[in-house]
Design a protein around this ligand. Sequence first.
Ligand SMILES: [Cu+2]
Length: 738
Amino acid sequence: MNARVRNRFRTAALLTGVAAGLVLVLIAAGCGGGESSSAPPFSESKLSSLPDGDWITNGGSTFNQRHSPLDEIDTENVDELKGIWHVDLEGSGVADKYSGEAQPIVYDGVIYVVTGADDVFAVDARTGKKNWAYRAQLDRKISTVCCGWTSRGVALGEGKVYVGQLDGRLVALDQETGEVEWSTQVGRWQEGYTITSAPLYYDGRVYTGLSGGEFGVRGRLTAFDANTGEELWRFWTIPGPGEFGHETWPQDNDSWKGGGAPVWQTPAVDPELGLLYFSTGNASPDLDGRKRAGDNLFTASILALDAETGEYRWHFQEVHHDIWDYDAPSPVVLFDVEVAGEERHGLAQAGKTGFLYLLDRETGEPLYGIDEQPVPQNALQRTSKTQPIPSNPPFIPHEVSDAMLADVRAQLESTLGPRAPEPFKAPIFTPPSRTTSPVVPPGPAGGTNWPPTSYSPQTEMLYVCALVTASGYIYGTQTEFAEDPQPGKLNFGSIPVSTGFGESAGTFTAIDARSGRIAWQQRWEDSCYSGSVTTGGNLVFAGRNSGELQAYDATSGERLWSFQTGAGANSTPTVFELDGKEVVAFYAAGNSLARSAHGDELWLFGLDGTLGPVAPGHRAGSGDHAGDAPQDGGDAATPPDSPADAIRVEAGEMYFELATRSAVPGAVTFEVTNAGSLVHDFAINGEKTPLIRPGETARLRVQFAKPGTYRYVCTVPGHAQAGMKGTFTIRRSDGDAR
Ligand SMILES: [Cu+2]
């Protein structure tokens, strides 16, 4: 982070201190072009119809299709698309711990967007001027954010903008002023509950899920009165005693109480069926199934509830008794197609497994066949005998390349030293044991992670963004392995060493909803890590880690337009109509896990635009790390009994900085301080610190018998791949560098 931005953060922190409790910062009164109007209580039919000019709900409609019927920008003229304006969001969310994943909402000429810091901005679409800004002032001590500080969007209705925050609060803002109208604690971050998804406004209610599957939570979806914030009902995604599905958990322990199944996404609604749909995250602990024998409903599942009452209607579990972190964070999509002469009400969810799960949304039955097939077993891990395998092909290759195997081998050696088992290629759903390390495709990154899938009613295709990854898993070698997982405590239960996020390849795939077959596929050297949007002009837009926003021919997959936005293009564009013309809004802010360049750019594109692309942003990495302003009271204090010869190591998102990178043979003590906002550890030559919480320091004494090069990594899933790795040299004792 440069000094300017750091100062800006300091100033913001100071201001908070002075104006304690004041969370509103008015940027400018009024706006350039006409008065904006207050959002009404949108009707169910309006919310579930294709967007007619505005973009009033996160998924475009409650079908989550992310399709705009506008057709002024099409395959013929999209190459003329240019910037009308772009503005910065005042440095909000630019530090490396943040990810910019929010899709803008648009109503009556105003764009509402939220940054990774949960700051909400109302921006005049005609001028780019800010009408107001809401500063969430999140507690910097929040230590239960799994996977980057992020928000995936806001909701709108009844004159309010709704935002779910990482501190577990759901907040309603006055749409005209940004002032807080009500705020309610949905779950406590201290117990592992955070909110990353956009809330859903529907039928006078606001629905939100809670994240936290890495922290031993019991997941739930909660409905609130949109006007008052009063809780109406909650649906626990892990059934309690006496409820349907509870029998899929052990009856002789309490593993269900912290069994996971968080909700990472905005639900979909079919008003005619009266059903609300969403999918769930992994079981907890992620990779340790010993104490949770059974299928573990409703983890890694698709659920249908009565939208009004929250009553269970049906479920489909994608992965039984998950021990690979194969959850389902990408939003479900609803669509209607004709299959074999019959009109079907479909539902799709792109899983981390790399499979697109296609169901009939009335019944939860597969549209094209999903067979329970036998899979390799491990008694200790209580593996499920079978797993559901869709008949439609996966959208990533389910293969482990030699390069992936070599990468996992190197990581295993640096993590475990001589104890490292020899990794081997294995099919998906192969369990690890105490002595073997199968490398399976994909790893915990996916397949499809959180990025939303889009659907075009014109092409009748679904557009799926995915990562091509593999992971080696070792079971039960984590020294701080928690025998009794506790709420709010990070617990994976194993060490996964994987490829993923920033360094993996990606696929962008069009899948025919009428058959489940792949219509076309783009294979990229970089991971596909953005949402997509389709239009009536037969276009599909998607973003790239490099910062380019791109448009493809929705039918053929041909790339037609590419535009450098200046920061990682890892969110989802919004297509809407402004004064009779089609425009595209896009928030480019980068991503902590994809390690793309950070920024705070909000763009508006149109055929009348005159602004060309900008220079690409700087990717985070060694020598260019940022981190946030210092932790409260966390001046990386040196413990008083610190040995004089300890090598200081600073860990942060997503980097290590070592005071020195070499030593002579013998014992070396590393003193690792976590200056970031997520938990980290430090592993080298078969030794490893415990997980270090933000602001804390751990010491690690390691024996190096021989000169050579030793790899170090953070073993929290995804962190090594995001940059937390490097090499340490042991020189000969006589001082000769090797
Ligand atoms: Cu880490």
